[in-house]
Design a protein around this ligand. Structure first.
Ligand code: G16
Ligand code: MG
Length: 212
């Protein structure tokens, strides 16, 4: 049924979502802004600047210029990257690694579709830099999820029609992106709560039940 699978990175392949939380939390604390895991869930899948705008909904200080915002998002990214440099292949579960290899052995093409500009760094840290057939990420898109662009580009790089691709997502924004790009979507984590997903995964390897 499917010829290709497009995986979201953060929250699906590895748990960089927790590192995003820690980095935003450190910045928000410094700026005196209330921030918690519930607000963090709204940041899943969307771009760095869009995430900061959501955090700023609770900001009480003086108005910030665009340059200030860039400076703060860069500061967050530096905190985040320090956490990424500590990652190793042990930060990917054996459930994920074994399933990825099993899917590859079935002849499926596998791609990453992530909003992150740090995708290549993360894949290098976790030992998957040469594993995927295509990578579409925050560096090759002009609109982030829920726009379908990141997944459409991934399908194009794989040379597979969208209707023959399955997207695996943890974010509501990513589910919307997949569906509006005419792709089926398997939801895990936060996205598993969505009523719009095609398949619900309670663990990554559940994918094996749906792909044939
Ligand atoms: C990830 C995260 C988002 C983050 C975005 C941009 O997307 O889920 O929270 O804001 O990347 O990340 P960066 O600041 O590294 O460019 P995904 O699509 O992999 O879930
Ligand atoms: Mg994600």
């Amino acid at each position: 049924k499917y010829e290709g699978i497009i995986f979201d990175l953060d929250g699906v392949i590895c748990h960089t979502d927790y590192y995003h939380y820690l980095a935003w939390k450190e910045l928000a604390d410094k700026m005196g802004i209330y921030f918690d895991e519930e607000i963090n869930n709204r940041l899943r899948g969307i771009s760095r600047m869009e995430s900061f705008e959501i955090i700023l909904e609770r900001y009480q200080g003086e108005a910030l210029s665009y340059e200030d915002k860039v400076k703060y998002t860069e500061e967050k990214n530096e905190i985040y990257k320090k956490l990424l440099y500590k990652m190793t292949p042990n930060d990917v579960s054996s459930d994920v690694v074994e399933t990825l290899h099993a899917l590859r052995n079935l002849g499926l093409k596998l791609a990453i579709g992530s909003s992150s500009k740090n995708t290549k760094l993360i894949l290098k840290q976790i030992g998957l830099e040469n594993f995927f057939d295509a990578i579409s990420d925050g560096n090759n898109i002009t609109k982030s999820k829920p726009d379908p662009e990141v997944f459409q580009k991934a399908a194009e790089y794989l040379g597979i029609l969208p209707e023959h691709c399955l997207v695996v997502e943890d974010a509501v924004s990513g589910v919307e992106a997949a569906l509006s790009g005419n792709m089926d979507c398997a939801g895990i984590g936060e996205a598993a709560k969505s009523s719009r997903i095609t398949y619900r995964l309670s663990k990554f390897s559940d994918l094996m039940d749906f792909i044939q």
